[in-house]
Design a protein around this ligand. Sequence first.
Ligand SMILES: C[S@@+](CC[C@H](N)C(=O)[O-])C[C@H]1O[C@@H](n2cnc3c(N)ncnc32)[C@H](O)[C@@H]1O
Length: 291
Amino acid sequence: MTGFLTVREALGQGRDLLERAGIQAPRLNAEILLGQALSVPGSLGFRPDAAWFYAHSDRALREVEWIHYGRYLHQRLAGKPTQYITGRQEFYGREFAVTPDVLIPRPETELLVECALKLGSRSGIAVDVGTGSGAIAITLALEGWSGPVLGIDISARALEIAHRNARKLGAKTGFVHADLLSPFADHTLDAVVSNPPYIAEADRPSLQREVVAHEPGLALFGGTDGYGIYCRLIPQALHALKPGGLLAMEIGIGQAAELSQMLAGWNDIQTFPDLAGIPRVLTARTPANRR
Ligand SMILES: C[S@@+](CC[C@H](N)C(=O)[O-])C[C@H]1O[C@@H](n2cnc3c(N)ncnc32)[C@H](O)[C@@H]1O
């Protein structure tokens, strides 16, 4: 690409390059990357306002904008996810900072937040296990969970991003560097919410190249069969939760039956489908009258 093109031309060239490389939603990705290069104001600062591109289609790019845009396109063509290029992702209507140290929050995880808000006793203590960017813990705190909300992660670098997001979004969320629920005494929590790593190592070859190459393996893989973290988290949650406490977990495709069996002895086991009809969230309560 040579010369300083207009916005319309730059968008067209970017879209064509991305399309030829087989990247999904090439026009949208070109808009986001050009929007980033031009600092276009937009909803959430993530997807720039499409109307801006129409209104400014004849504006010529400045040299520095052109250089940035070219670099972003180059990174995207090399497989880097758009969110790691722009450093942000929308979740539940808010903008979260993301770096390659954290999973890019997925839209289906919003269902987990909704289930926790609907079924949990909101004045109690909630813990988000494997908080990553802090998307779940922060959203709970900002969407009406009035009790304390804590995010746990074994990755100190992920917790730095979670802290940054909580500060920026004004959430009173605490963060703890720990292995699953190890810091908590028995019968102290009201809700355990988690989107743990649940992909089987065996499925690694079938994953999208950009996911495996760029997102942290610690956030993706749950051991050989994908159940490694659940196998430890479920018994720990049974002890850490108060009687009648809520466990809400995101689950992978085809994991509902096996996980329901692991929850033998729990009450009110339910699954909730995502927009594609796939059971995506599993909830259960500890027995009300145990000691
Ligand atoms: C699938 S990501 C979820 C991130 C975020 N909650 C979200 O939904 O976008 C799983 C997270 O669990 C963390 N994790 C993995 N093993 C862990 C462990 N043993 N204890 C605590 N966190 C762990 C990873 O570092 C990663 O941030």
